[in-house]
Design a protein around this ligand. Sequence first.
Ligand SMILES: Cc1cc2nc3c(=O)[nH]c(=O)nc-3n(C[C@H](O)[C@H](O)[C@H](O)COP(=O)(O)O)c2cc1C
Length: 332
Amino acid sequence: MSAIRTELCNMLDIKYPIIQAAMGPFCTNKLAVAVSNAGALGTISITQMTSDPDVAGEKTLENINYVKKHAKNTFAVNTPVGKLIEPMANRIIEVTIEEREKDPKLKKQLKAFITSAGDPTLYTKKLHDAGLLHFHVAPSVYHAKKTEKAGADAVIASGFEAGGHTHSRPVHTLILVPEVAKSIKIPVIAAGGFCNAEGLVSALAAGAVGIQMGTRFIATEECDFHPKYKEAVVKAGEWDTVVVPGVLGPARVLRNKLIEEFEKKGASGVSEWELAKLKDLALLKAMEDGDIESGALPAGMVAGSIHEILTVKEVIEEIIREAEKILKNLKL
Ligand SMILES: Cc1cc2nc3c(=O)[nH]c(=O)nc-3n(C[C@H](O)[C@H](O)[C@H](O)COP(=O)(O)O)c2cc1C
């Protein structure tokens, strides 16, 4: 048995304390299957750019059915929550609970629901009543305390470095995680900037029970993303991500032609809302055509530390193997 086993492994019935981040609106079904089969937690993302609750419900069902069919172990479902998308989030949660109720196999595999962005308070009781664990993503100690107060089972503390949406007043992961771990009693998972064993060991040293990774999993063979998107992550250097406005708040993306134009438009006085809409529509280009120059490519700062496309199993097993070595060889 791996020496790197934590409370997170027991909570979710997983071998390794690693969560694959949701990466909506991109599909992560194949990725979630590969992560689940490699012994970590796979996560289903929202896969629509609409706020129509019925479309969101149907898509969620499709995604759950795909992952259920192919995954051998545990997985989770994510939706961002918050006022702007409340009806959509409610429908995604309802559909997940209904589907789970119907199927004993799914009940065993689908152990947790991960909410992000808005207020978790509205959802914890509903998820607990249905027998699901509730994890929520928090960008600050303030939000982590609110999540604990809501009754959630764990906090995913997500720092400045993370790909995709960040808070408007973000805190760096290395500052955030130890502070959150000291401030609440429920388990903390560290997110934002993780891709290797050094990261996992430092998260555990900071009081976390595991890590959540998004960007590292984009650059894997099984990831559902367009091959050009994966290559763009591998090619990115340490200065190649930037935070831009988004309809649901600021988001970290890879620098490309779209972002240069976006920055120029901002300087010429277009409203931030218009710019945000422009960027969010550009997500579709990245998703459908692999248009890496005029599409928006959310990715974390850690892209600069990712140098090759590996299989999910290789990524996970290398992190665990190297983390065990680091722990053994610490110069104390
Ligand atoms: C392409 C992309 C899309 C994302 N979409 C979502 C999402 O739909 N829901 C969510 O909770 N987080 C989303 N995130 C954030 C991730 O869940 C995760 O917290 C983040 O990627 C962690 O930082 P890392 O990229 O440095 O690993 C997204 C991140 C990326 C890179």
